[in-house]
Design a protein around this ligand. Structure first.
Ligand SMILES: [Ca+2]
Ligand SMILES: [Ca+2]
Length: 196
């Protein structure tokens, strides 16, 4: 198994300057531990727990939660990648007119989650109102949409409910960033083909 396969990513948030005050270096948003009721708190239970030894927040895409870890760890980061990690959506019916290639949109959070931008006019985003629901939408007019349930992010193979001109119903789709020489296990982890 390889760490680059969309399991943990740097989020771009850190508490390097001030312990337990997490800042986003891009837009200067701030999250403070015990910042009050109603505050969005993206860390999972018991985190952050590393004090001054762990100051960079990483997202675990399976749990959907953040953990503070050592900033020197060798993870990929949404904001550090020279090339945008490309996700492929496999299993769509032919002529479904929905994008099959996506990249992470790190600028906008919906319900605390990053979205994925399709290469033309589709978008995969967390529902603004329903926890664990993800939507695949076409930004331009009619043409179809899909929804799925996922705790965390909808990586790997999940059942999507499609509503398109060519197909309506439930269908398993696979969303992952595996390379062409890697095999996607159902949980979204990539393994090389010879270890399959
Ligand atoms: Ca810290
Ligand atoms: Ca930690």
């Amino acid at each position: 198994m390889v760490e680059h396969s969309a399991v943990r990513f740097w989020t771009g948030w850190d508490d390097i300057d001030e312990e337990d005050v997490y800042r986003n270096g891009i837009n200067n948003e701030v999250i403070v531990r015990n910042g009050g009721s109603g505050q969005w708190w993206p860390f999972y239970s018991g985190k952050p727990n590393g004090g001054r030894m762990e100051n960079c927040a990483a997202l675990n895409v399976f749990s959907g939660g953040w953990n503070d870890i050592d900033c020197g760890k060798d993870l990929l980061g949404f904001c550090r990648m020279p090339v945008r990690l490309r996700f492929k959506l496999r299993g769509l019916p032919e002529d479904a007119s929905l994008d099959t290639q996506y990249s992470i949109d790190t600028d906008n959070l919906v319900n605390g989650h990053f979205s994925l931008d399709g290469y033309t006019d589709s978008k995969i985003l967390h529902s603004a109102t329903t926890e664990n629901q993800w939507r695949l939408e076409k930004l331009s007019g009619a043409g179809g949409m899909a929804t799925t349930e996922a705790f965390g992010y909808p990586f790997g193979t999940t059942t999507w409910t499609l509503s398109t001109p060519v197909f309506n119903g439930d269908i398993p789709l696979s969303l992952n960033a595996c390379g062409k020489d890697e095999f996607n296990c159902d949980n979204g982890i990539c393994v090389s083909m010879d270890k399959r």
